[in-house]
Design a binder for this molecule. Structure first.
Ligand code: ZN
Length: 322
C-alpha cells in the first residue's frame, strides 16, 4: 500500500533527513526531496543523512540525500530538486503528491506549504525545532484548523528564539521528525483516524511534553482555510530577492524566475577574479578570505560571510559583472 504512495519533503536539513529516511526505509513509492542549500561541515552535528565525504564533494543537500537514500532502498523512486520553494514554483513542485512533510526552518515556507495544501487538498505535517524544544502538528484540509489559524502572522523579527541565536540539539530533531514520520505512515497507509489532532510540544531540556487540543481553533476569518485566499502563494515576486539563512552568516540571492546559468562559462570567467571550484551542481567562488559565494544553475547564489542583504546583492551583481 505504502509502495503506491508519494510524499514531498521540503527541506533536507536535520528534520528532513530523519523523516525522509523513515519513509524510504518503509518502502514509500515515490519521494521528492526539495532543498536549496549546499552541505557544510557544521551540518554534520545534526543532519544524519550526510557524511564528511558529502561535504568534501560540495554536494547540494537534495543530491547527497538522494544518493544516500537510494543506497538504503533502491526500490523507491527518489527525485532530488535543488531549489528554493517559492510562490513561483511551490504548486508545480508539490502538486500530485499524497503528502507534504515540512523539514524547513522558516515561517514563510510553511505559509506557502499551507496555501498549497489547502488549494490542492494535500495534507502536510509541520515540524519545528529550536534548541532542545520542538513542535509538530498534522494539518489535514477540511479536518483540522490550518497553520494560519494557529499562527495568523509570522513572529516579529527578534521576538522568538530562532536557530540563529539558539542552535539545535539533535535528539530534539530526531524526536520531532520521528513523530512527523509516524504521522506520515498513518496517512499513507490509510489510517488517518489514528493521526494526532493536537499541537504537540516538547522541551527535552526540562523533560516537558504537552499536547494542546486545537480542535476548536479553526478561525472563521482565516484568509487561507475559510476564505480560500492564498496570500503567500499569490505573492509573486518577480525581481531579485535576498533572504538571510538561519544561523549561517549567509544571504541567499534569488534572481527573477526562469534564469539559467551555464556553470562552465561562468566558472571560466570567475577564474581571473578568485578561487573557483566546480562540480556538476554548483560553483564555489572564493574572492577573498571574507567572502565565498555558492552559485547554482538556476541563478541562485548563497553569499557567505555577510548578514547584510544589501552587501550580498552588491556582491552578487559584481560576480555577474565579471
Ligand atoms: Zn485557517
Amino acid at each position: 500500500m505504502i509502495g503506491e504512495r508519494s510524499a514531498a519533503v521540503v527541506g533536507l536539513g536535520a528534520l528532513g533527513s530523519v523523516s525522509a529516511q523513515h519513509l524510504v526505509r518503509s518502502g514509500i513509492g515515490r519521494i521528492r526531496l526539495i532543498d536549496r542549500d549546499v552541505l557544510e561541515w557544521s551540518n554534520l552535528q545534526r543532519q544524519v543523512l550526510y557524511t564528511e565525504d558529502d561535504v568534501q564533494r560540495m554536494l547540494p543537500k537534495a543530491q547527497a540525500a538522494a544518493e544516500r537514500l537510494r543506497s538504503i532502498n533502491s526500490s523507491v523512486s527518489i527525485d532530488p530538486v535543488v531549489a528554493d520553494l517559492t510562490s513561483s514554483n511551490a504548486e508545480q513542485l508539490l502538486e500530485g503528491f499524497d503528502l507534504i512533510i515540512d523539514g524547513s526552518d522558516n515561517f514563510s515556507v510553511r505559509y506557502l506549504i499551507n496555501d498549497v495544501s489547502l488549494k490542492r487538498s494535500i495534507p502536510w505535517i509541520y515540524g519545528g525545532v529550536v534548541g532542545a524544544s520542538g513542535m509538530t502538528m498534522s494539518f489535514i484540509p477540511g479536518k483540522t484548523p490550518c497553520f494560519r489559524c494557529l499562527f495568523p502572522a509570522p513572529p516579529a523579527a527578534g521576538s522568538v528564539d530562532t536557530c540563529d541565536t539558539a542552535g539545535v540539539i539533535s535528539p530534539a530533531v530526531d524526536l520531532i521528525a520521528s513523530i512527523q514520520a509516524a504521522e506520515a505512515l498513518k496517512w499513507l497507509s490509510g489510517n488517518s483516524d489514528a493521526m494526532q489532532r493536537t499541537l504537540f510540544q516538547v522541551d527535552l531540556w526540562h523533560h516537558r511534553y504537552i499536547s494542546l487540543d486545537v480542535s476548536k481553533s479553526k478561525r472563521d476569518d482565516c484568509p487561507a482555510c475559510s476564505k480560500d485566499q492564498y496570500d503567500y502563494l499569490d505573492d509573486r515576486e518577480d525581481g531579485v530577492s535576498a533572504v538571510s539563512l538561519c544561523g549561517r552568516n549567509t544571504i541567499q540571492i534569488a534572481p527573477a524566475k526562469g534564469t539559467r546559468i551555464q556553470l562552465g562559462a561562468l566558472a571560466a570567467r570567475l577564474r581571473s577574479a578568485g578561487d573557483v571550484e566546480q562540480n556538476q551542481f554548483l560553483i564555489r567562488f572564493r574572492r577573498d578570505k571574507e567572502m565565498t559565494a555558492i552559485l547554482f544553475p538556476d541563478g541562485r547564489a548563497l553569499i557567505q560571510g555577510t548578514e547584510d542583504p544589501i552587501v550580498a546583492k552588491r556582491i552578487y551583481n559584481e560576480i555577474y559583472g565579471i
